[in-house]
Design a protein around this ligand. Structure first.
Ligand SMILES: Nc1ncnc2c1ncn2[C@@H]1O[C@H](COP(=O)(O)OP(=O)(O)OP(=O)(O)O)[C@@H](O)[C@H]1O
Length: 228
C-alpha cells in the first residue's frame, strides 16, 4: 500500500482545564481510504478531526501530513487546504451572502484567477448537483442544503483528503443516497464521523472506533480499499 497521507502518533489532548480527551491515539490514513470514525457522544471524534486540521494542537505526540511533520500554526496552513474539514455545524463554515460567493471565497484566497475560480465554482456545484442554488442567499437555505453547500465550499479547494463531521445530519433519504453516490465516486481519502451506521456501511472502506481516549481498529474491514 502507498505511503500514508496522514499519520498520527501517540496523540494526547485535553481541553484547557478539562479531562484528557485523547490518551495516545495513533492512526494512518492511506490514499483512497474512506475511514468511518465512530464512538459515543463526547468520545473525542470532532476533536480528533480538529487536531488533524491544526485547529487544536496536541499536548503530546506527532502529526505528519502529506510527507511533513506538522507542529506549529504555519505548518497547518497547507494541511487545512489539502485536508478539508466540513464542520458539524454548516453555519460555522458559511459566511458569504450567496452560495456562489461562499464557494469562490477559498479559491480566491489561494490566489487563483477570476476565470479559474468561476470554473471551479461551476464544476463543484455541478459535481454536487447544486447548480440551482448558485445564486441563493446562503443563510436562507434549509439545514440540508446548507450542509451540502458547506461540503461544496471545501471541495472547491480541491483537497486530497476530506474530514467530514456528521455529514448526513439534516439530510433527507434521497439526499443521503445522493451523498453516498458522490462520496464513493470521489478519488479522495476521507475520515467520516457519523452515528449513521447505514450510511457508514455504504461509504466506508474501513472503520475505527474511539473509546476512552483510544482508537481501535474495527475487526473486519469493509469494502475493498479504492485503488487510485
Ligand atoms: N472547546 C471545548 N472546550 C472544552 N471542552 C470541549 C470543547 N469541545 C469539546 N469539548 C469536550 O471534549 C470532549 C470530546 O468532544 P467531541 O466534540 O470531540 O466529541 P464527539 O465524539 O465528537 O461527540 P459527539 O458524537 O457528541 O459529536 C467532550 O467531553 C466535550 O464536552
Amino acid at each position: 500500500m502507498s505511503l500514508p497521507l496522514i499519520t498520527l502518533r501517540d496523540l494526547h489532548f485535553s481541553y484547557a482545564g478539562g479531562l484528557e480527551v485523547l490518551k495516545g491515539v495513533s492512526f494512518d490514513l492511506h490514499p483512497g481510504e474512506r475511514v468511518a470514525l465512530t464512538g459515543s457522544n463526547g468520545a473525542g471524534k470532532s476533536t480528533l478531526l480538529r487536531l488533524i486540521n491544526g485547529l487544536e494542537k496536541p499536548d503530546q505526540g506527532q502529526i505528519e501530513a502529506f510527507g511533513s511533520l506538522r507542529q506549529q500554526e504555519k505548518d497547518f496552513r497547507e494541511v487545512r487546504v489539502r485536508a478539508g474539514l466540513v464542520f458539524q455545524d454548516p453555519d460555522d463554515q458559511l459566511f458569504c451572502p450567496t452560495v456562489a460567493e461562499d464557494l469562490a471565497f477559498g479559491p480566491l484566497n489561494l490566489g487563483k484567477s477570476h476565470q479559474e475560480v468561476m470554473d471551479i465554482v461551476g464544476r463543484t456545484l455541478s459535481l454536487l448537483h447544486l447548480e440551482d442554488l448558485a445564486h441563493r442567499i446562503t443563510h436562507k437555505l434549509s439545514g440540508g442544503q446548507k450542509r451540502l453547500v458547506a461540503l461544496a465550499t471545501v471541495m472547491a479547494l480541491e483537497p486530497d483528503v476530506l474530514l467530514l463531521d456528521e455529514p448526513t445530519n439534516d439530510l433527507d433519504r434521497e439526499t443521503k443516497q445522493r451523498l453516498i453516490a458522490i462520496l464513493t465516486e470521489l478519488p479522495l481519502a476521507m475520515v467520516i464521523v457519523s452515528h449513521n451506521h447505514h450510511f457508514l456501511n455504504r461509504v466506508a472502506t474501513r472503520q475505527v472506533e474511539l473509546s476512552e481516549g483510544r482508537l481501535f481498529e474495527a475487526a473486519e474491514e469493509k469494502a475493498t480499499v479504492l485503488e487510485i
